[in-house]
Design a protein around this ligand. Structure first.
Ligand code: ADP
Length: 247
């Protein structure tokens, strides 16, 4: 029944919330206790007149609070409610904008980004800002993945199947371990160092794409590297779009 299904969905949401709370506690506890010991240390050093060391403790504290600010910034985007309003969006424009946002990082790494998008791509049903967030997450991960390689290539391409527009981001990084594939989209799943990754990017992206009625998945390319694909619903042809808000 619908009610039983709703209850299952609620239970799954609560489980995800519990997992997320545990993750936040883990991420926040570590810097908080480090800040406490740096502060206690600074007090002792101040009594001994070691101002140079007081300063370096304060620097550490500032850095740790910046890390915590990063955590709350990411949580804010996680908690942000979508308007739920989907409109026809140009995937090409979204990709171009996302690439622009990451151009400094791309240049710093000397990474090459190949853009395999046809001139005339169909529009997709999405919320532009949120789709851009998904692409930024995928591209940022791809940049991380290629950063330790000599060959730093990211290929963004656009294709179609019967109903969907398929956007994919492929990289020349090390690819994904088979055992990690099923957990990749879980909140707080990360293989990055503490402070480097929160493991929220893909779970946020997953929720966003689901909200569009689309799908997102990951795979390893047979020639190496990871490929993330986002399948989005094609926007209805302009002349068929009803003007009533009930569409
Ligand atoms: P974060 O980047 O903070 O770790 P994400 O949710 O974006 O969080 O990614 C989760 C994990 O998925 C990463 O830690 C990494 O192990 C894996 N991953 C994501 N993108 C790639 C990629 N392009 N290549 C290899 N592994 C990836």
């Amino acid at each position: 029944s619908l009610r039983a299904r709703d209850e299952l969905i609620q239970a799954a949401k609560l489980a995800a919330l519990g997992q997320m709370a545990a993750g936040i506690v883990h991420e926040v506890n570590q810097p908080v206790s480090a800040i406490r010991s740096y502060a206690e240390n600074a007090r002792l050093l101040l009594d001994r007149g070691r101002l140079d060391l007081v300063r370096s403790n304060l620097d550490e504290i500032a850095e740790l609070t910046e890390r915590m600010a990063k955590i709350t910034r990411q949580l804010k985007t996680f908690a942000r409610k979508s308007s739920g309003i989907l409109a026809p969006v140009s995937p090409r424009a979204v990709v171009e904008h996302a690439l622009g946002l990451l151009s400094a990082q791309t240049n710093d790494l000397g990474a090459e980004i190949v853009f395999e998008l046809p001139e005339m791509a169909p529009l997709v049903m999405a919320d532009e800002a949120r789709l851009e967030q998904v692409l930024v997450n995928l591209l940022r991960n791809a940049l991380d993945a290629v950063s330790a390689r000599n060959h730093r290539l990211i290929t963004v391409s656009l294709g179609e199947d019967e109903e969907h527009v398929l956007l994919s981001v492929r990289d020349s990084g090390p690819g994904i371990d088979a055992e990690d594939l099923p957990r990749l989209f879980d909140p707080f799943f990360t293989t990055k160092e503490v402070g480097e990754g929160l493991g929220l990017g893909l779970s946020i992206s997953y929720g966003i794409v689901q909200g569009f009625g689309g799908r997102i998945w990951a795979a390893n390319h047979p020639d190496g590297g990871a490929v993330f694909t986002v399948a989005l619903r094609r926007a209805p042809e302009a002349e068929k779009t009803p003007s009533s808000p009930s569409s």
